[in-house]
Design a binder for this molecule. Structure first.
Ligand code: FAD
Length: 411
């Protein structure tokens, strides 16, 4: 039986661990926190996942919270006008629903399942020196430790990383008591509110430790008026700031948030990071090789809500590559080929996310505006969050955008 070590128990590490376990591999999972510590800890993400990523979980039979989590059936975009009214406002319908399950709930639950099924769970914050030792005793070491210190083993790929600094300051608050969206109270949707030059507010339902809740998520241009959460330690102060900024920049969202309260004292998060693609193979001081997974190798800004989706897709792709490789050695050629197979999908996510971080060109503004008049355009844009490769056909190139809009209007 092949022995595999997975370092880091997030979306990608746990999904891979459970997938390999079900195929008979001998899996050791190393986590720097216990399930209880994760469950009682700070929120980590907004983790909205779309159909394709959710299907990977269904395929493994680990969609344990699907019936409890709100079904997100639409994705809406609003653009704030200078007078804080809405210059654009539409909602596209998703072909398959999206869901957000608080990672505190999901990772803690998956970790317990892994251990109950006989998996070897080691609670230890791994250092490079540990991996050096372990790489000799396992057939394969996978590093799925997110954006933490272990990324230092994987060199930055400058050709695929256009930004060397964070492009947004992030501030998340989980709340109870948010009112329904007045336009479409009949179905749940992610709301993307764009405030030109300032940042974005995302609002979405989730399933958290205390049941259904909503997430208020500001992404602020660094140094701008939304970049005010650094150093705010008091969760009530964080929420008050969130609401103050909503009242000023997105009053239509504030109108339904006047009665919210935090879900719990750990229901806020702030921070920032530079989007980075890395060399997927890490070489240890003793010569052993490790393969990076998900955020370790491709970390995009959450502006497009893709990281957990990508982590699920990466785990599914790596699982297939491992199983198909049978008993052959997991050497560098295999590692690079395994990453390249994932990059076929991930490159579209990175390209689109990095484009969304920049100032939108005229034809993209036109496309977003047209979606307000043409429902098929709104629907296609919304479903692009499930399959970002589709943006190649109508988003980047002004001629393709014009041809697509003409095809919809029949012009
Ligand atoms: C504010 C915010 C909002 C987001 N919103 C969305 C969204 O709506 N949709 C979406 O798809 N994505 C979103 N993301 C991104 C998403 O959360 C991540 O991309 C995803 O969780 C990455 O999964 P992963 O498995 O690579 O790593 P992680 O989920 O980061 O898991 C890594 C795990 O490894 C552990 N670890 C770290 N170092 C060590 C060590 N040395 N030893 C042992 N364990 C270690 C960590 O504690 C953690 O449990 C968001 C991210 C942020 C910050």
């Amino acid at each position: 039986m092949r022995k595999i070590l997975i370092v880091g128990a997030g979306q990608s590490g746990l999904q891979l661990a459970l997938g390999l376990q079900s195929q008979g591999y001998e899996v050791t999972l190393m986590s720097n926190r216990t399930a209880d510590e994760i469950r009682a800890g700070r929120v980590m993400s907004t983790q909205c996942m779309f159909h394709t990523a959710l299907q990977h979980e269904r395929d493994l039979g680990i969609n344990f919270w699907e019936s409890q989590a709100p079904r997100i059936e639409g994705l809406g975009v609003s653009v704030a006008a200078p007078d804080s009214s809405r210059a654009v406002d539409w909602v596209g319908r998703l072909d398959g629903y999206a869901q957000s399950v608080d990672q505190r709930v999901k990772m803690a639950g998956w970790m317990e399942t892994f251990a109950q099924r006989g998996g070897q769970l080691v609670i230890h914050g791994a250092a490079v020196s540990d991996l050096d030792y372990f790489s000799r005793t396992y057939d394969l070491v996978l590093v799925s430790a997110g954006k933490g210190e272990l990324v230092s083993m994987f060199g930055r790929d400058a050709s695929r990383s256009p930004y060397s600094e964070p492009q947004r300051a992030l501030a998340v608050a989980y709340v109870h008591g948010l009112g329904p969206r007045p336009e479409h109270p009949d179905f749940d949707a992610v709301r993307c509110n764009l405030v030109p030059g300032v940042g974005e507010l995302f609002v979405m339902p989730t399933l958290t430790t205390s049941g259904r809740a909503d997430i208020l998520f500001w992404e602020g241009v660094p140094g701008g008026p939304l970049d005010v959460f650094q150093g705010v330690k008091d969760p009530s102060e964080h929420l008050a700031l969130t609401l103050e900024l909503m009242e000023k920049y997105t009053p239509w969202e504030y109108a339904r948030a006047t009665r919210v309260e935090l879900t719990d004292a750990n229901g806020t998060l702030s921070g920032r990071y530079a989007p980075t693609v890395r060399n997927p193979v890490g070489r240890l001081p003793g010569g052993g090789l490790v393969l990076g997974v998900a955020d370790v190798v491709v970390a995009n800004d959450p502006i497009t809500g893709q990281g957990s989706n990508s982590a699920a897709k990466c785990a599914a792709s790596y699982l297939a590559s491992i199983v198909e490789h049978g008993d052959q050695p997991f050497d560098e050629t295999w590692m690079r080929g395994t990453f390249d197979r994932y990059w076929d999908t991930a490159q579209h996510v990175t390209k689109w996310t990095n484009a969304m971080l920049g100032v939108p060109p005229e034809h993209v503004l036109g496309l977003i505006g047209a979606a307000g008049e043409l429902q098929p355009v709104a629907d296609r844009f919304a479903n692009g969050f499930n399959n970002p490769a589709d943006f190649e056909d109508f988003f980047y190139d002004p001629e393709k955008t014009a041809a697509y809009l003409a095809s919809v209007t029949g012009a």
